[in-house]
Every structure is written in structure tokens, then in C-alpha cells.
Design a protein around this ligand. Sequence first.
Ligand SMILES: Cc1cn([C@H]2C[C@H](O)[C@@H](COP(=O)(O)OP(=O)(O)O[C@H]3O[C@@H](C)C(=O)[C@@H](O)[C@H]3O)O2)c(=O)[nH]c1=O
Length: 180
Amino acid sequence: MRFTETELKGVWLIEPTPVIDSRGSFTRLFCEREMADCGLATRFVQHSRARSISRGTLRGLHYQEEPYTEVKLVSCVRGAIFDVVVDLRPNSPTRFDWLGFELTAETMKQVYIPAGFAHGLQTLTNDVEVSYLISQFYTPHASTGVRYNDPAFSINWPFMPTAISERDLNWPLLRTPKKC
Ligand SMILES: Cc1cn([C@H]2C[C@H](O)[C@@H](COP(=O)(O)OP(=O)(O)O[C@H]3O[C@@H](C)C(=O)[C@@H](O)[C@H]3O)O2)c(=O)[nH]c1=O
């Protein structure tokens, strides 16, 4: 596995290094030792999968509040997504900056998202499945979000959303202006 920390400190892109032979390939997707060597969390308490039917479906931007913050290890196991992280850490020099990653079932790339970030995604194909390893239990009363089109972030989503939940359409906008 190849680990690359992004310009948003604490967010890592993890790329697989498949071993290929005449039968096909073998690919490691999680290794406690390699993750720990990079200083990443290795304890995940839930593994969830979300299926989206149509291209353009948007989910997010979500996070859980203290003391239920989560680390997420996200990958796309069917189809393709544009995966987005937004830095919400109060004292971060990159606060409100965002990054987008194309994750596909073929490339098996994963994004490691530390606590303090909101996460969202948009499907790039029909019939998409996304896998999440999550370090904290789902806690509905701490589960919250920020608006996908909040001008504080100005995220360049690939498409107008073709499907989105009422909840995600109605997260309040932040009033704090972007960094001067
Ligand atoms: C996230 C989650 C939802 N649910 C339930 C609540 C609800 O009835 C149904 C669908 O929930 P949501 O609409 O929140 O699902 P979704 O919009 O797919 O939520 C996900 O979005 C992406 C962007 C993330 O980062 C994930 O961590 C998660 O928040 O599933 C659980 O039971 N456990 C969970 O861990």
C-alpha cells in the first residue's frame, strides 16, 4: 500500500499495490502495522456500505460532534465517486479548505479522513457502492452536517445533484467568512 498525506494535514490517500499473476491479482486493503507506521488510527468499530442508484447522487457533508468524532476510511467498491473532505478544525491553517478525490472500484484507492473533517460524495456512475470503516459508533444525536453548496467552501461538484436527502439540502449555512 502506498500512503500519501495530502495538503490537508491528516488526510491521506491510500493506493493499493496489487500483486498480479496469471490468475488475477491479490490486493491488501488494510494493514494495522502500515497504518500505525504512518500514525493513522487502526481501530474501526463499524463497517458500513451505502448503495446509490443514479449518477449525480450527492451525500453529505457529514460529521459527528465531540465527543463522538469519527475517523473514516472510505472507498468505492462499485462504480465511481467524487469524494470530498472539508477541513472544519477550528485552529487549522486550512480551515474550510476542501479536497476532492476520484475513487473507483477498479483503482481501489481509499481516503483516510481524520476527526475534524466533514465528508461527502457524489456518484460519477449509476449503481455505486461506497464502503466506510468508521472509528466511532453511529450516534444520531451527534450526527450533523454542513451544506454541500455552502459558499464558505465553494466545492466544485461534478454535477448538479440528481438525488439528495432533505436533510442534506437543509443543513444551515456557515456564517463565518472564509480566511482573509
Ligand atoms: C450513517 C448511518 C446511518 N444510519 C441510518 C440513518 C438513516 O435512517 C439511514 C440513512 O442515513 P443517512 O441519510 O445519514 O445516510 P448517508 O447520507 O449515506 O450518510 C453517510 O454519508 C456519508 C457522506 C458519510 O460520510 C457517512 O459517514 C454517512 O454519514 O441509515 C445508520 O443506521 N447507521 C449509520 O452509521
